[in-house]
Design a binder for this molecule. Structure first.
Ligand code: SF4
Length: 368
């Protein structure tokens, strides 16, 4: 079954590390953009989906009635199957009870809140617009609005972050009792203010050893508190793994609507324009289109599958591609199973604990 991603490229303020296609824009432009995405949705009329993810940017920057128009546009153009997982991303600073109640009442059943850290000094380094207390308030408001599936994003390798400060953030996070926690490392992107500061020596990044210690601490602490690691950077309580993100890791089809959104349909990946003016003039596509060959598909299936702790099923691989995975990836499988970085058990192949720490090198060898 397909998933739907809708991109809202607006933010309250640009974070210092962010190179996403997002910007601060006035309400009138936001309205024009919402009209354009609803128009693009009409191209997919009657497509059935069972996950919806409105991301950005910060979708909750939109005024309540505009955000509702986006949701109505989705419901009017797509067929949402029973039990659809419907997620909206939210910045803690944009949480207000009226908006949250509207989201809940219109069928949004999952919130993904960009917390990053509960330490105000680290949030300042990142240029986030909110404080740790704002994040706690946002989670509380979301629960009061009725949400029973709340995910929070945390970040590691933030400048000035230590194992101790991360442990405090994680302790605070667990006390808020979210259902799902994503924990990604900060990636330094060229062209961002943070990149320039690091390059000029004004800011010093967290060292690799601390980053490794933080990751190990996060896995151990989250597992001990009932959050099962189901992907390299994602942890969830029972039944609360992100069904939408699982679609990306298991190579299922998805439709992407909005500025610079990507779609993957019938083995073809194509993207929308990343030029805002073009997009609001209803010139939606970028023209970039990639037809995946069988080799591409097998490679992606393998290295995306290895991101998940349950790994790849031999049977699913052979049903999907009519090939034996041990024939197709003979060399890397033999090598990494022998060195203990991969485990082959009960018809599945997955990364060992040691393998996770060198996962990028392992995945590279699955390119055909
Ligand atoms: S809120 Fe998210 S999308 Fe917006 S600037 Fe910050 S990191 Fe980028």
């Amino acid at each position: 079954m397909k998933g739907l991603y809708v991109h809202i490229p607006f933010c309250l303020k640009k974070c210092r590390y962010c190179d996403f296609n997002s910007a601060v824009m006035p309400d009138s432009i936001q309205e024009e953009y919402v009209n354009a995405i609803i128009c693009e949705m009409a191209e997919y009329r009657k497509t059935e989906v069972d996950t919806v993810y409105i991301g950005g940017g910060t979708p909750t920057v939109l005024k309540t009635d505009l955000l509702k128009s986006v949701i109505d546009g989705i419901k009017n153009n797509f067929i949402l199957l029973p039990n659809t997982e419907f997620t909206v991303e939210m910045n803690p600073k944009t949480a207000d009870s009226k908006k949250l109640k509207m989201l809940f009442n219109t069928g949004v059943n999952r919130l993904s809140i960009g917390v990053q850290s509960f330490c105000d000094e680290e949030l300042k380094e990142l240029g986030r617009v909110h404080s740790g207390n704002d994040a706690k308030d946002a989670i509380k408001l979301a629960k009061e609005a009725g949400f029973e599936n709340i995910s929070i994003d945390l970040m590691s390798a933030i400048p000035k972050q230590t194992l101790k400060s991360f442990a405090k953030t994680l302790e605070t996070a667990i006390l808020q009792n979210p259902d799902h926690i994503s924990c990604y490392s900060l990636i330094l992107e060229e062209g961002t203010p943070l990149f320039d500061d690091v390059k000029s020596g004004r800011t010093v990044l967290c060292d690799e050893e601390t980053e490794r210690d933080i990751y190990e601490y996060a896995v151990k602490t989250l597992e001990a508190n009932g959050y099962r690691q189901y992907e390299i950077s994602n942890f969830a309580k029972d039944g609360k793994a992100s069904r939408h993100n699982m679609k990306y890791w298991t190579m299922q089809e998805y439709v992407g609507v909005g500025l610079s959104a990507h779609s993957f349909l019938e083995n073809v990946r194509f993207s929308n324009t990343d030029d805002f003016k073009n997009y609001i003039s209803h010139n939606f596509r970028s023209g970039n289109k990639e037809v995946l060959t069988k080799s591409d598909m097998m490679s992606e299936f393998a290295f995306l599958g290895l991101r998940m702790t349950e790994g790849i099923s031999e049977t699913v691989f052979s049903e999907k591609f009519r090939e034996d995975i041990f024939e197709v990836f003979k060399k890397p499988l033999e090598k990494f199973i022998k060195t203990g970085f991969l485990v082959h058990k009960n018809g599945r192949i997955f990364l060992s604990k040691e393998g996770i720490s060198v996962s990028n090198q392992i995945m590279c060898e699955f390119l055909l």
